[in-house]
Design a protein around this ligand. Structure first.
Ligand SMILES: CC(C)(COP(=O)(O)OP(=O)(O)OC[C@H]1O[C@@H](n2cnc3c(N)ncnc32)[C@H](O)[C@@H]1OP(=O)(O)O)[C@@H](O)C(=O)NCCC(=O)NCCS
Length: 240
């Protein structure tokens, strides 16, 4: 029998608890997940639920699960990516020698982030931030990933990681700009560069996601011609 939720080794190690993840596309799936969670040795169940599955979301709420974020997914063609003639911060491929600066930039940009880990008061916020640091850093060793960094005033100011899902689609996975460099167009420059690279390498579309409340990236994406594709709620359910 296929279990409705999977053990998450990364989350479990990060927070030193037993974490499972599952998906509730309808009321029946939500009921299966909750029954599984009650009868399994776990501490935390993380559930993703399409926003249109309102009855499933309500079933999760009635069981004590609580909302921790809403993810919005955008998709768009690479044909709209054109390098701007306007001066932009220098953006280049990240090298192994940048690893420490990349980690420091990820740590600074994701401290106190409003993703589902930080939104759960029972999870250690420092461990939550370190999760993003590891995530950014691990992309450096992944052959299917592209990691870009920006340099401003001689310092590494921002980063963006993307993954080639297939020949057609690149997914932008994680990005951040250190607080002291924010609101200077650095994210927009990183995004433009990855879109151009995807197009030049033959990809026809990009896929990207963030929290609904994260307005800055959504402004950049819509200007580049991406459109909202779908959205998912994230719920956390604790056993005790
Ligand atoms: C999101 C983030 C990468 C944006 O980086 P940035 O370099 O400051 O972004 P830009 O300067 O390119 O700004 C892009 C647009 O968003 C706007 N913007 C930037 N920060 C904003 C904020 N906190 N609230 C609302 N709008 C914001 C900018 O004004 C700009 O819009 P405009 O051209 O209409 O003025 C940065 O804030 C960050 O690292 N945040 C924490 C981590 C994160 O959210 N990562 C993204 C996950 S998808």
């Amino acid at each position: 029998m296929i279990e409705p939720a999977a053990y998450s080794a990364l989350d479990s190690q990060r927070f030193a608890i037993r974490v499972f993840r599952g998906r509730a596309d309808n009321v029946e799936a939500a009921a299966d997940l909750l029954q599984f969670a009650r009868s399994t040795d776990l501490d935390l169940l993380i559930v993703r639920c399409p926003v249109e599955a309102v009855a499933a979301a309500q079933a999760l709420e009635r069981s004590g699960a609580f909302l921790t974020d809403t993810l919005v997914y955008y998709r768009g063609p690479t044909s709209g990516f054109v390098l701007s003639a306007a001066p932009s911060p220098s953006v280049r491929l990240c090298q192994e020698a940048d690893r420490e600066s990349l980690q420091a930039t990820a740590r600074a940009s994701f401290a106190g982030f409003f993703g589902h880990y930080h939104a759960d008061p029972r999870l250690d916020p420092i461990a939550a931030t370190e999760g993003y640091v590891e995530w950014a850093s691990s992309a450096l060793a992944d052959a299917a990933s592209v990691v870009l960094v920006s340099e401003t005033d001689g310092r590494l100011s921002g980063f963006l990681t993307a993954r080639k899902l297939d020949a057609k689609t690149w997914e932008i996975v994680l990005n951040g700009v250190a607080p002291e460099f924010q609101r200077r167009g650095i994210y927009a420059a990183l995004f433009r560069e990855i879109g151009c690279r995807a197009r030049v390498q033959g990809a026809s579309e990009v896929l990207v996601s963030t929290q609904l409340a994260n307005l800055a990236p959504q402004k950049v994406w819509t200007r580049a011609g991406l459109v909202l594709d779908h959205a998912l709620y994230t719920f956390h359910w604790w056993k005790a």
